[in-house]
Design a protein around this ligand. Structure first.
Ligand code: 4AD
Ligand code: MG
Length: 477
């Protein structure tokens, strides 16, 4: 008999048909009721054991966490809370679980404790829901771009170009860390290294995606990126997944429109595909809220927040407008910001972003036309000579979720920017070629997958939305 998943079983009309199921015990009550889960959905199937006719040795092995194969018949449930249940005929204990040492007890565990047990935490309701949401979002992202005529491209993870300037990089080398790899000047001699040059893990696939967009039109990458910045925050990972679309013939306006439509579309898809998991996460958040003082509670619940984003236009303002609002804001005047807003040109910190999104506009905000000096070399210079066609999308509770721009397509302007920023032009020879041969206006952006999952699940720490987080001083598992 082929096993079914719990998800499929629960959809079936119970009419005493024979069924077989495999899964892990969530709870075992009164020597009679096994709640079994197999990861296919957040719900469990109740399996009712005829304990009088079951070997007591087997019964003693049915504990939380044990894995079982169960054969029986699917019947209408006698109890409350479920439509159908399995009347058990046969139980095979596949793997016992020592309840004395098993960390995942049938009770509430703190998120910190579960992080230390990341190899087991997916067996809890919260983490299995988060991981199903993550999977569904990833597929929704691919689906969105496919329907829009984009091509999925893979850019290198080991990169020889380190000019993106997006953050500190992790070195990739096969050299031994000892004196033999030093040259006469006592510097590391990368000529001896595997690639014969210095290489790093990529911080972004953008530059290579631009190259691919110049022949394929509309492309996107979706892969891991690495940043060795030592920011131990609840929004930063050293290894995270980024989606980077890049579009030939798009200007900044087209780029912002696409980004907004894209985010709305994948969240809408998720609310349709992942109803039960979102309801579970919503309930979790409501419970968490109840433990907080009234003024710190969320105004909208999780499901309402998702609907709000789907149904409302994002607010679009220039950096200069944002700067004016912040400069004249109460927290700035009362010196409440850690980084006061004084002069035009300052970089916006997350406290400023969150003020704009959560207090001032109370909706997602797109800020565009940033000062050139706080943005990367490749962003297109505006006519004013001071600002570039950059855009960031800011989300409530998260801050920056998307960063993007229209790219500088004019060879001479790009070259002078590279020079001003003291970047080695010869390192970017191939990137400059794109401007020499058939250059066109083009744009793109990067969305951090984990930041999007934070928003979609209502979780507040980025370490809880990726299976095995990599952060400073932490790379267990
Ligand atoms: O704004 P960023 O640095 O943009 C780029 O890398 C561009 N090359 C993207 C492009 O135009 N193709 O990063 C983009 C997004 C951020 O908005 C944020 O959501 C996420 O990536 N991100 C991180 N997520 C988790 N941990 C980190 N350390 C992150 N750094 C950036
Ligand atoms: Mg950014």
């Amino acid at each position: 008999m082929n096993s079914l998943t719990v998800k499929n079983l629960l959809k079936k009309n119970p009419n005493s048909q024979k069924v077989c199921i495999e899964g892990w015990v969530k709870t075992f009550r009164a020597n009679r009721f096994i709640s079994l889960n197999d990861g296919s959905c957040s719900e469990n199937i109740q399996c009712v054991v005829d304990f009088e006719n079951t070997d007591s040795k087997i019964l003693s092995k049915i504990t939380t966490g044990a894995s079982l194969e169960i054969e029986g018949i699917l019947v209408k449930s006698q109890g409350k809370g479920q439509n159908s249940e399995i009347k058990v005929n046969k139980i095979i204990v596949l793997g016992e679980c020592d309840m004395n040492s098993y960390p995942i007890q049938p009770k509430k565990h703190s998120l910190e404790f579960l992080r230390e047990n990341a190899h087991l935490r997916v067996r809890t309701n919260t983490f299995s829901s988060i991981m199903r949401v993550r999977s569904n979002l990833s597929f929704a992202i691919h689906k969105y771009f496919k329907e829009k005529g984009f091509f999925y491209v893979n850019t290198p993870i080991i990169t020889g170009s380190d000019a993106e300037g997006a953050g500190e990089m992790f070195k990739v080398t096969t050299l031994e860390i000892n004196k033999s790899s030093l040259n006469k000047q006592n510097e590391i001699d990368y000529n001896q290294d595997f690639f014969g040059k210095e290489t790093n893990l990529t911080v972004s696939g953008q530059l290579e995606a631009e190259s691919l967009a110049m022949g394929l039109g509309k492309v996107y990458t979706f892969g891991p990126t690495f940043r060795a910045e030592n920011s131990n925050t609840s929004r930063h990972l050293a290894e995270f997944w980024m989606i980077e679309p890049e579009m030939a013939f798009y200007d900044l306006e087209n780029n912002m429109e696409l980004a907004e439509e894209f985010i709305k579309s994948v969240i809408k898809d998720l609310t349709e595909e992942c109803k039960e998991d979102l309801e579970y996460l919503n309930k979790r958040l409501l419970d968490e809220d109840k433990t907080k003082p009234r003024n710190e509670r969320n105004e909208l619940n999780l499901l309402e927040r998702l609907d709000f984003v789907i149904n409302n236009d994002f607010k679009k303002i220039t950096y200069t407008e944002a700067f004016d609002i912040l400069k004249n804001s109460k927290p700035n005047k009362k010196k409440k910001f850690k980084f006061p807003i004084l002069e035009w040109g300052v970089d916006l910190q997350s406290e400023h972003e969150r003020f704009l999104v959560e207090k001032h506009f109370r909706k997602p905000v797109i800020i565009y036309d940033y000062p050139a000096k706080i943005k990367a070399f490749y962003m297109r210079m505006n006519e004013d000579g001071k600002t570039v066609k950059a855009m960031d999308i800011l989300f409530p509770g998260i801050g920056e979720i998307v960063g993007g721009s229209q790219r500088e397509e004019r060879l001479d302007v790009l070259k002078s920017r590279i020079k001003d920023l003291n970047i080695e032009e010869k390192e970017l020879w191939w990137y400059l070629d794109l401007r020499k041969y058939g250059t066109v206006k083009h744009s793109g952006f990067g969305l951090g997958l984990e930041r999007l999952i934070l928003f979609a699940t209502g979780m507040s720490n980025i370490r809880d939305v990726i299976p095995f987080p990599r952060t400073p001083k932490s790379a267990e598992f």
